[in-house]
Design a protein around this ligand. Sequence first.
Ligand code: F6R
Length: 260
Amino acid sequence: MEVVILSNGEQIAALAADVIVRLLAQEPDAVLGLATGSSTLGVYAELIRRFRDGEVSFARARGFLLDEYVGLAADHPQRYRSVIRRELKESVDFSPGAVTGPDGTADDIRAACSSYEETIVAAGGVDLQLLGIGADGHIGFNEPGSSLASRTRIKTLTEQTRSDNARFFRSTDEVPRHVLTQGLGTISAARHLLMVATGPAKADAVHRMVEGPVSAACPASVLQVHPHVSVLLDDAAAARLELAGYYRETYAGKPSWQTL
Ligand code: F6R
């Protein structure tokens, strides 16, 4: 796991966009894993800017959402498919149908989850998975207690996550209790995991993810056993890291040929 501590969200968004732009230059038909939430918005804005500057094309790429609320109407603005359409897809050149997510409106949820897993495998698996982290250590919507080997399935949000996400709705009561999420096993199958986290509310979860035990109590700690993980943090999100000095020194002295 490589931990990179930067000064602000703009630097994080720029570095994350560098990684994605480079991947698409090398593999134009790469499969991207897309997270929603506030943390990744800057990355999407930077990708749109670079697309407009002619630096990147998504025309041959595919995108798979990490998760989705259950029970929101197909046209609900907070449905994650709507959010990704608004924040990225409609401003770049993805082909029609190239970006998909778990179907939170399905009558047969179990079948929808299995078919989502099959679609990801049929696409060749995810090359680069963008991730945020919840204050309780969740990735995707894998709340504490999630199996480290889990696949796409229905989960119940914790009260903390519902209250954290209430800012996107009129009240906490409107935040769905149930979600579909790629499992920790699904996420771990992606070839490169790229996490972005900013702000003091993430400091404890980041510390437990990077320096705590690998445990379902902190689902993001599963990243410790993945061979290729990049964690981009601002100073506030890195504030509780015991080895912060070492991570900074390592990144500052990184050989120029070695990319993330
Ligand atoms: C959503 C997702 C979640 C968020 C996490 C952080 O697709 O994957 O794990 O990344 O809840 O959310 P923000 O970025 O809003 O703090």
